[in-house]
Ligand binder design. Structure first.
Ligand code: AHR
Length: 362
Protein backbone atom coordinates (compact mmCIF):
# COMPACT_ATOMS: atom_id res chain seq x y z
CA UNK A 1 0.00 0.00 0.00
CA UNK A 2 2.79 2.36 1.05
CA UNK A 3 4.57 1.45 -2.18
CA UNK A 4 1.43 2.34 -4.18
CA UNK A 5 1.06 5.73 -2.47
CA UNK A 6 4.73 6.50 -2.99
CA UNK A 7 4.47 5.54 -6.67
CA UNK A 8 1.64 8.04 -7.18
CA UNK A 9 2.88 10.79 -4.86
CA UNK A 10 6.47 11.12 -6.05
CA UNK A 11 5.69 12.03 -9.70
CA UNK A 12 2.87 14.27 -8.48
CA UNK A 13 5.16 16.13 -6.07
CA UNK A 14 7.79 16.37 -8.80
CA UNK A 15 5.29 17.98 -11.20
CA UNK A 16 4.16 20.47 -8.54
CA UNK A 17 7.78 21.47 -7.88
CA UNK A 18 8.43 21.80 -11.65
CA UNK A 19 5.41 24.06 -12.16
CA UNK A 20 6.35 26.11 -9.12
CA UNK A 21 9.97 26.58 -10.26
CA UNK A 22 8.83 27.24 -13.84
CA UNK A 23 6.33 29.84 -12.73
CA UNK A 24 8.90 31.43 -10.47
CA UNK A 25 11.29 31.75 -13.41
CA UNK A 26 8.51 33.14 -15.67
CA UNK A 27 8.03 29.93 -17.73
CA UNK A 28 5.87 26.84 -17.53
CA UNK A 29 6.88 23.46 -18.97
CA UNK A 30 3.92 21.77 -20.62
CA UNK A 31 4.11 18.61 -22.70
CA UNK A 32 7.84 19.07 -23.28
CA UNK A 33 7.43 22.71 -24.49
CA UNK A 34 8.44 25.81 -22.53
CA UNK A 35 5.87 28.63 -22.96
CA UNK A 36 6.33 32.16 -21.61
CA UNK A 37 4.24 33.07 -18.60
CA UNK A 38 1.13 35.16 -19.51
CA UNK A 39 2.02 38.84 -18.91
CA UNK A 40 -0.55 40.75 -16.90
CA UNK A 41 -2.76 42.83 -19.18
CA UNK A 42 -3.02 46.59 -18.89
CA UNK A 43 -6.62 47.38 -18.04
CA UNK A 44 -8.05 50.41 -19.86
CA UNK A 45 -11.53 51.84 -19.45
CA UNK A 46 -12.53 53.75 -22.59
CA UNK A 47 -15.55 56.03 -22.48
CA UNK A 48 -16.49 56.67 -26.11
CA UNK A 49 -19.04 59.45 -26.56
CA UNK A 50 -21.32 57.67 -29.03
CA UNK A 51 -21.71 56.33 -32.56
CA UNK A 52 -23.07 59.37 -34.40
CA UNK A 53 -20.87 59.37 -37.50
CA UNK A 54 -18.59 57.39 -39.80
CA UNK A 55 -15.71 59.23 -38.17
CA UNK A 56 -16.79 57.88 -34.77
CA UNK A 57 -17.06 54.28 -36.04
CA UNK A 58 -13.55 54.52 -37.45
CA UNK A 59 -12.28 55.98 -34.22
CA UNK A 60 -13.87 53.21 -32.11
CA UNK A 61 -12.41 50.56 -34.41
CA UNK A 62 -8.95 52.12 -34.19
CA UNK A 63 -9.09 52.23 -30.38
CA UNK A 64 -10.32 48.62 -30.09
CA UNK A 65 -7.67 47.39 -32.49
CA UNK A 66 -4.80 49.17 -30.72
CA UNK A 67 -5.90 48.37 -27.17
CA UNK A 68 -6.57 44.72 -28.01
CA UNK A 69 -5.80 41.62 -26.05
CA UNK A 70 -3.10 40.62 -28.58
CA UNK A 71 -1.37 43.94 -27.81
CA UNK A 72 -1.46 43.23 -24.08
CA UNK A 73 -4.58 45.17 -23.10
CA UNK A 74 -7.86 44.36 -21.46
CA UNK A 75 -10.24 47.03 -22.78
CA UNK A 76 -13.50 47.94 -21.07
CA UNK A 77 -15.50 49.86 -23.70
CA UNK A 78 -18.48 52.03 -22.79
CA UNK A 79 -20.63 53.89 -25.34
CA UNK A 80 -21.97 57.14 -23.84
CA UNK A 81 -24.74 57.46 -26.45
CA UNK A 82 -24.15 61.22 -26.73
CA UNK A 83 -24.92 61.81 -23.05
CA UNK A 84 -22.38 63.29 -20.68
CA UNK A 85 -24.21 61.70 -17.71
CA UNK A 86 -23.56 58.24 -19.21
CA UNK A 87 -19.89 59.06 -19.66
CA UNK A 88 -19.60 60.25 -16.03
CA UNK A 89 -21.24 56.99 -14.85
CA UNK A 90 -18.78 54.99 -16.98
CA UNK A 91 -15.78 56.83 -15.50
CA UNK A 92 -17.06 56.17 -11.96
CA UNK A 93 -17.42 52.50 -12.85
CA UNK A 94 -13.85 52.40 -14.19
CA UNK A 95 -12.65 53.94 -10.91
CA UNK A 96 -14.50 51.24 -8.91
CA UNK A 97 -12.98 48.57 -11.14
CA UNK A 98 -9.53 50.03 -10.41
CA UNK A 99 -8.51 50.14 -14.07
CA UNK A 100 -4.92 51.10 -14.90
CA UNK A 101 -5.89 53.92 -17.29
CA UNK A 102 -9.02 55.84 -18.23
CA UNK A 103 -9.41 57.10 -21.78
CA UNK A 104 -12.14 59.67 -22.36
CA UNK A 105 -13.54 60.95 -25.66
CA UNK A 106 -15.76 63.69 -24.21
CA UNK A 107 -19.06 64.60 -25.85
CA UNK A 108 -18.81 68.24 -24.77
CA UNK A 109 -16.04 70.34 -23.24
CA UNK A 110 -17.42 71.45 -19.87
CA UNK A 111 -18.67 69.63 -16.76
CA UNK A 112 -15.81 67.19 -16.17
CA UNK A 113 -14.04 68.72 -13.14
CA UNK A 114 -15.70 66.63 -10.41
CA UNK A 115 -15.38 63.21 -12.00
CA UNK A 116 -11.81 63.84 -13.19
CA UNK A 117 -10.92 64.90 -9.65
CA UNK A 118 -12.34 61.54 -8.47
CA UNK A 119 -10.13 59.70 -10.98
CA UNK A 120 -7.13 61.74 -9.86
CA UNK A 121 -7.85 60.98 -6.18
CA UNK A 122 -7.94 57.29 -7.12
CA UNK A 123 -4.51 57.69 -8.76
CA UNK A 124 -5.74 56.66 -12.24
CA UNK A 125 -4.17 58.52 -15.17
CA UNK A 126 -6.75 59.96 -17.60
CA UNK A 127 -5.97 60.35 -21.30
CA UNK A 128 -8.34 62.63 -23.22
CA UNK A 129 -8.79 61.81 -26.88
CA UNK A 130 -10.40 63.62 -29.86
CA UNK A 131 -12.38 66.52 -28.30
CA UNK A 132 -11.03 68.59 -25.42
CA UNK A 133 -12.20 69.05 -21.84
CA UNK A 134 -12.45 72.54 -20.42
CA UNK A 135 -11.44 72.14 -16.75
CA UNK A 136 -10.23 74.57 -14.06
CA UNK A 137 -7.09 72.54 -13.40
CA UNK A 138 -5.33 70.89 -16.33
CA UNK A 139 -3.58 68.50 -13.94
CA UNK A 140 -6.91 66.67 -13.75
CA UNK A 141 -5.89 64.82 -16.90
CA UNK A 142 -2.54 63.42 -17.97
CA UNK A 143 -2.60 64.43 -21.62
CA UNK A 144 -4.75 64.98 -24.70
CA UNK A 145 -4.43 63.87 -28.33
CA UNK A 146 -6.71 65.04 -31.14
CA UNK A 147 -7.38 67.57 -33.89
CA UNK A 148 -7.11 71.33 -34.05
CA UNK A 149 -10.77 71.89 -34.94
CA UNK A 150 -10.48 75.65 -35.31
CA UNK A 151 -7.54 75.23 -37.69
CA UNK A 152 -9.65 72.79 -39.73
CA UNK A 153 -12.37 75.45 -39.92
CA UNK A 154 -9.89 78.17 -40.85
CA UNK A 155 -8.58 76.05 -43.73
CA UNK A 156 -12.11 75.60 -45.12
CA UNK A 157 -13.07 79.28 -44.86
CA UNK A 158 -9.76 80.40 -46.39
CA UNK A 159 -10.34 77.92 -49.21
CA UNK A 160 -13.84 79.38 -49.73
CA UNK A 161 -12.51 82.93 -49.69
CA UNK A 162 -9.81 82.12 -52.27
CA UNK A 163 -12.33 80.28 -54.45
CA UNK A 164 -14.99 83.00 -54.56
CA UNK A 165 -12.34 85.71 -54.99
CA UNK A 166 -10.80 83.89 -57.98
CA UNK A 167 -14.31 83.33 -59.43
CA UNK A 168 -15.18 87.05 -58.94
CA UNK A 169 -18.18 86.36 -56.73
CA UNK A 170 -18.65 89.42 -54.46
CA UNK A 171 -18.62 88.76 -50.69
CA UNK A 172 -22.14 90.17 -50.28
CA UNK A 173 -23.42 87.45 -52.65
CA UNK A 174 -22.16 84.61 -50.46
CA UNK A 175 -25.23 83.39 -48.56
CA UNK A 176 -24.21 80.73 -46.07
CA UNK A 177 -26.00 78.39 -43.71
CA UNK A 178 -24.04 76.55 -41.04
CA UNK A 179 -25.21 73.08 -40.01
CA UNK A 180 -23.36 72.79 -36.74
CA UNK A 181 -22.26 69.75 -34.80
CA UNK A 182 -23.70 69.07 -31.36
CA UNK A 183 -23.38 72.25 -29.36
CA UNK A 184 -20.55 72.46 -26.85
CA UNK A 185 -18.35 69.83 -28.55
CA UNK A 186 -14.84 71.05 -29.40
CA UNK A 187 -15.36 70.08 -33.04
CA UNK A 188 -18.45 72.32 -33.16
CA UNK A 189 -16.93 75.18 -31.18
CA UNK A 190 -13.74 75.38 -33.28
CA UNK A 191 -15.42 75.00 -36.66
CA UNK A 192 -18.25 77.43 -35.84
CA UNK A 193 -15.76 80.01 -34.56
CA UNK A 194 -13.66 79.81 -37.73
CA UNK A 195 -16.74 80.50 -39.84
CA UNK A 196 -18.00 83.33 -37.60
CA UNK A 197 -14.59 85.03 -37.77
CA UNK A 198 -14.47 84.72 -41.57
CA UNK A 199 -18.03 86.08 -41.94
CA UNK A 200 -16.94 89.10 -39.93
CA UNK A 201 -13.65 89.48 -41.81
CA UNK A 202 -14.91 89.01 -45.38
CA UNK A 203 -18.46 90.37 -45.06
CA UNK A 204 -20.28 87.20 -46.13
CA UNK A 205 -23.98 86.83 -45.41
CA UNK A 206 -24.49 84.17 -42.70
CA UNK A 207 -28.19 83.36 -42.93
CA UNK A 208 -28.49 80.78 -40.15
CA UNK A 209 -26.66 78.45 -37.78
CA UNK A 210 -28.56 75.33 -36.73
CA UNK A 211 -27.28 72.23 -34.89
CA UNK A 212 -27.30 69.05 -36.98
CA UNK A 213 -25.71 66.92 -34.20
CA UNK A 214 -23.10 65.51 -36.61
CA UNK A 215 -25.71 63.12 -38.04
CA UNK A 216 -27.04 62.60 -41.55
CA UNK A 217 -30.70 62.35 -40.46
CA UNK A 218 -30.71 65.54 -38.40
CA UNK A 219 -28.84 67.48 -41.10
CA UNK A 220 -31.32 66.39 -43.74
CA UNK A 221 -34.19 67.60 -41.55
CA UNK A 222 -32.41 70.89 -40.79
CA UNK A 223 -31.54 71.53 -44.44
CA UNK A 224 -35.12 70.79 -45.51
CA UNK A 225 -36.26 73.48 -43.08
CA UNK A 226 -33.61 76.00 -44.17
CA UNK A 227 -34.48 75.58 -47.86
CA UNK A 228 -38.08 76.31 -46.95
CA UNK A 229 -37.10 79.57 -45.26
CA UNK A 230 -34.29 80.92 -47.49
CA UNK A 231 -34.34 80.83 -51.29
CA UNK A 232 -30.85 82.31 -51.73
CA UNK A 233 -28.62 79.78 -49.94
CA UNK A 234 -25.52 79.15 -52.04
CA UNK A 235 -23.03 77.76 -49.50
CA UNK A 236 -23.70 75.06 -46.89
CA UNK A 237 -21.01 74.74 -44.24
CA UNK A 238 -21.50 71.28 -42.74
CA UNK A 239 -19.52 70.51 -39.62
CA UNK A 240 -18.95 66.91 -40.69
CA UNK A 241 -19.40 64.64 -43.73
CA UNK A 242 -22.48 62.86 -42.41
CA UNK A 243 -24.20 66.23 -42.19
CA UNK A 244 -23.03 66.93 -45.76
CA UNK A 245 -24.71 63.69 -46.92
CA UNK A 246 -27.97 64.77 -45.25
CA UNK A 247 -27.76 68.31 -46.66
CA UNK A 248 -27.09 67.02 -50.18
CA UNK A 249 -30.11 64.68 -49.94
CA UNK A 250 -32.31 67.63 -48.91
CA UNK A 251 -30.96 69.95 -51.64
CA UNK A 252 -31.51 67.35 -54.36
CA UNK A 253 -34.96 66.43 -53.01
CA UNK A 254 -35.87 70.12 -53.27
CA UNK A 255 -34.95 69.97 -56.97
CA UNK A 256 -31.83 72.13 -56.58
CA UNK A 257 -28.31 71.42 -57.80
CA UNK A 258 -25.29 70.75 -55.63
CA UNK A 259 -22.09 72.06 -57.16
CA UNK A 260 -19.46 74.75 -57.34
CA UNK A 261 -21.04 77.16 -59.85
CA UNK A 262 -22.68 79.32 -57.21
CA UNK A 263 -22.93 82.31 -59.54
CA UNK A 264 -25.37 80.24 -61.61
CA UNK A 265 -27.62 78.80 -58.93
CA UNK A 266 -25.68 75.75 -57.70
CA UNK A 267 -25.35 75.22 -53.97
CA UNK A 268 -21.84 74.54 -52.70
CA UNK A 269 -21.30 72.15 -49.80
CA UNK A 270 -18.11 72.19 -47.72
CA UNK A 271 -17.38 69.78 -44.93
CA UNK A 272 -15.03 68.05 -42.45
CA UNK A 273 -13.64 64.52 -41.85
CA UNK A 274 -12.79 62.82 -45.19
CA UNK A 275 -13.00 59.40 -43.56
CA UNK A 276 -15.15 57.21 -45.76
CA UNK A 277 -15.04 56.50 -49.48
CA UNK A 278 -18.47 58.01 -50.14
CA UNK A 279 -17.28 61.40 -48.90
CA UNK A 280 -14.12 61.19 -51.01
CA UNK A 281 -16.22 60.21 -54.05
CA UNK A 282 -18.41 63.25 -53.43
CA UNK A 283 -15.28 65.42 -53.49
CA UNK A 284 -14.24 63.85 -56.80
CA UNK A 285 -17.69 64.71 -58.16
CA UNK A 286 -17.54 68.26 -56.71
CA UNK A 287 -20.67 67.48 -54.72
CA UNK A 288 -18.59 68.36 -51.70
CA UNK A 289 -16.34 71.21 -52.80
CA UNK A 290 -13.74 70.82 -50.11
CA UNK A 291 -13.17 68.80 -46.93
CA UNK A 292 -10.83 69.59 -44.06
CA UNK A 293 -9.56 66.20 -42.99
CA UNK A 294 -10.23 65.16 -39.39
CA UNK A 295 -8.20 62.07 -38.58
CA UNK A 296 -9.94 59.44 -36.39
CA UNK A 297 -7.09 56.92 -36.07
CA UNK A 298 -6.19 57.71 -32.48
CA UNK A 299 -5.83 54.10 -31.27
CA UNK A 300 -2.09 53.74 -31.95
CA UNK A 301 -1.54 57.26 -30.57
CA UNK A 302 -3.21 56.37 -27.27
CA UNK A 303 -1.31 53.07 -27.20
CA UNK A 304 1.99 54.97 -27.63
CA UNK A 305 1.02 57.32 -24.78
CA UNK A 306 0.28 54.37 -22.46
CA UNK A 307 3.56 52.72 -23.41
CA UNK A 308 5.42 55.93 -22.53
CA UNK A 309 3.64 56.14 -19.17
CA UNK A 310 4.37 52.46 -18.50
CA UNK A 311 8.04 53.21 -19.12
CA UNK A 312 7.85 55.99 -16.52
CA UNK A 313 8.09 58.75 -19.13
CA UNK A 314 5.79 61.74 -19.54
CA UNK A 315 4.01 62.26 -22.91
CA UNK A 316 3.40 65.75 -24.34
CA UNK A 317 0.46 67.37 -22.58
CA UNK A 318 -1.22 68.30 -25.88
CA UNK A 319 -0.58 66.47 -29.18
CA UNK A 320 -2.20 67.82 -32.35
CA UNK A 321 -2.60 65.58 -35.37
CA UNK A 322 -1.49 66.90 -38.81
CA UNK A 323 -4.36 66.96 -41.30
CA UNK A 324 -4.95 67.67 -44.98
CA UNK A 325 -7.32 69.86 -46.99
CA UNK A 326 -9.03 67.89 -49.76
CA UNK A 327 -10.63 69.11 -53.01
CA UNK A 328 -10.75 68.05 -56.63
CA UNK A 329 -11.35 71.40 -58.32
CA UNK A 330 -7.91 72.93 -58.90
CA UNK A 331 -8.85 76.62 -58.72
CA UNK A 332 -7.36 76.92 -55.24
CA UNK A 333 -3.99 75.25 -54.81
CA UNK A 334 -3.13 76.39 -51.30
CA UNK A 335 -4.48 78.37 -48.37
CA UNK A 336 -2.66 80.51 -45.83
CA UNK A 337 -3.79 80.30 -42.22
CA UNK A 338 -2.04 82.34 -39.52
CA UNK A 339 0.95 82.79 -41.82
CA UNK A 340 1.30 79.06 -42.58
CA UNK A 341 0.79 77.64 -46.11
CA UNK A 342 -1.33 74.52 -46.50
CA UNK A 343 -1.27 72.86 -49.91
CA UNK A 344 -4.58 71.47 -51.14
CA UNK A 345 -4.51 67.70 -51.68
CA UNK A 346 -6.34 67.04 -54.96
CA UNK A 347 -8.52 63.98 -55.39
CA UNK A 348 -9.08 62.83 -58.94
CA UNK A 349 -11.96 64.80 -60.39
CA UNK A 350 -14.99 63.35 -62.15
CA UNK A 351 -15.84 66.94 -63.24
CA UNK A 352 -19.06 68.55 -62.12
CA UNK A 353 -21.71 66.98 -59.93
CA UNK A 354 -24.11 67.18 -62.88
CA UNK A 355 -21.72 65.33 -65.18
CA UNK A 356 -21.03 62.78 -62.47
CA UNK A 357 -24.77 62.21 -61.96
CA UNK A 358 -25.18 61.79 -65.74
CA UNK A 359 -22.30 59.32 -65.72
CA UNK A 360 -24.04 57.26 -63.04
CA UNK A 361 -27.38 57.19 -64.92
CA UNK A 362 -25.75 56.31 -68.28
O1 AHR B 1 -14.91 65.15 -32.70
C1 AHR B 1 -14.72 64.75 -34.02
C2 AHR B 1 -15.99 64.94 -34.78
O2 AHR B 1 -17.01 64.17 -34.17
C3 AHR B 1 -15.98 64.52 -36.23
O3 AHR B 1 -15.74 65.54 -37.12
C4 AHR B 1 -17.41 64.10 -36.39
O4 AHR B 1 -17.66 63.41 -37.57
C5 AHR B 1 -17.63 63.39 -35.14
O5 AHR B 1 -18.91 63.04 -34.91
Amino acid sequence: MLKKITAVMIPLLFSIVLVFVGTFLGCIKTGGKTVPEEKEKIVVGFSQLGAESDWRSSNTESMKEALSSKNGYSLIFEDGQQKQANQITAIRMFIQQEVDYIVLAPVTETGWDTVLQEAKNAGIPVIIVDRMVDVEDEDLFTCWVGSDFELEGKKVVEWLNRYVTLKNVPAKDIHIVNIQGNLGASAQLGRTKALADAVEKYGWDLLAEVPGDFTQAKAREVMDGLLGVYDNINVVYCENDNEAFGAIEAIEAAGKKVGMDIANGEIMVVSFDGVNQEALDYVSENKIACIAECNPLHGPRVQAIIELLEAGKMPDKFAYVQEKLLASDTTVTQVVVDGVNYEVTFLESTKTATEAAEKVTE
